[in-house]
Design a protein around this ligand. Structure first.
Ligand SMILES: [Zn+2]
Length: 316
């Protein structure tokens, strides 16, 4: 018997088939950018079938389907995910997907799912207390305490991106001020760059974006502008690193985890240089001395969320 895990992202839907901890198959489909939630659930179902086809397995062999979803997940329901069509208003993703695929469904926050995967099979092996920090379009978090995902009373734990690092600071995509994501999320950094450019600051960020034929400033666009010496991008990166350092230290002071697993498209693109600077920015804010915390790179990449969701589906 096997489990299937799905990672629902704003750009791609990943699915994996696991037999225990062994990956048998995978699929990757584009997330619909328009339409309603029915269209998204249809693509999730297609991803399940494609991954099963890749694994040479049948839906009858599946004991459960796990989903890592953006937004705030509570008891199988999802809401507040602005980057997936139809996922802003709360609804039961577990019920709708179960009707579609005909298997029991367990829904978890996407970064919590990635944290489960890193804990069991990736960079967090050997520790039972870890924080996963995902730096991409936004900034997310997932918490493992005592070897188990910690999801909070209503499923809203782990919102690392909305730890306040500067009271009255920059506006965050969530509408509040001074959150980590207001400085370290790629979407917020892009908006800050647009505002600075409109106010007369010179930057090649948007020229690089056009040269690369991109519709938005991707992690690769930021990296290329930085490598070409763009001072605005360097300043934005400094602010992002400071915010991540302060935010991670605050979380470590609260939870005393052993390991912080740093991943996500933006962090992955900048690599070890970025991670070591975040580590250095964190250290002055650490309360417990001598600090034992380690900041390590996520190992499972784009498929971490889907793998974690499949591992959690084994508990259905
Ligand atoms: Zn926020």
């Amino acid at each position: 018997m096997v489990t299937v895990g799905i990672d629902l992202g704003g750009t791609n839907i990943y699915a994996v088939v696991l037999d225990g901890e062994e990956r048998l198959g995978r699929a990757k489909l584009r997330t619909p950018s328009t339409g309603d939630r029915t269209g998204v659930i249809d693509v999730m179902d297609a991803a399940v079938r494609d991954a099963l086809g890749d694994a040479g397995r049948d839906i009858d062999e599946v004991t459960g389907v796990g989903v890592g979803s953006p937004g705030v997940v509570m008891a199988g329901t999802v809401g507040g995910a602005s980057n997936v069509p139809g996922f802003l208003e709360r609804f039961s993703l577990a019920d709708l997907l179960k009707q579609k695929v005909g298997r029991e469904v367990r829904v978890t926050n996407d970064v919590t799912a990635a944290a489960v995967a890193e804990h069991r099979l990736g960079a967090g092996r050997g520790t039972d207390d870890l924080l996963a920090v995902h730096v991409g379009t936004g900034v997310g978090g997932g918490i493992i305490l005592g070897g188990r995902p910690f999801e909070g009373g209503a499923g809203g734990a782990g919102e690392f991106g909305h730890i306040v690092v500067r009271q009255g600071g920059a506006v965050c995509p969530c509408g509040r001020r001074g959150c980590v994501e207001a400085y370290a999320g790629r979407r917020a950094m892009t908006l800050a760059a647009e505002r600075a450019k409109a106010a007369g600051t010179s930057t090649i960020l948007f020229d690089v974006m056009e040269d690369k034929g991109k519709a938005r400033a991707t992690s690769g666009v930021f990296a290329a502008a930085y490598e070409r010496g763009d001072t605005l991008v360097a300043d934005l990166l400094d602010d992002a690193i400071e915010a991540l350092g302060a935010g991670i230290a605050s979380a470590v002071n609260l939870l005393d985890v052993d390991v912080v697993v740093l991943g996500g498209g933006f962090a992955d693109r900048f690599g070890g240089w970025f991670r070591s600077r975040v580590d250095a920015a964190m250290r002055p804010h650490l309360f417990l001395q001598p600090p034992r915390i380690r900041v390590v790179a996520a190992e499972l990449g784009d498929e971490g969320g889907a793998i974690g969701a499949a591992l959690l589906a084994a508990e259905i």
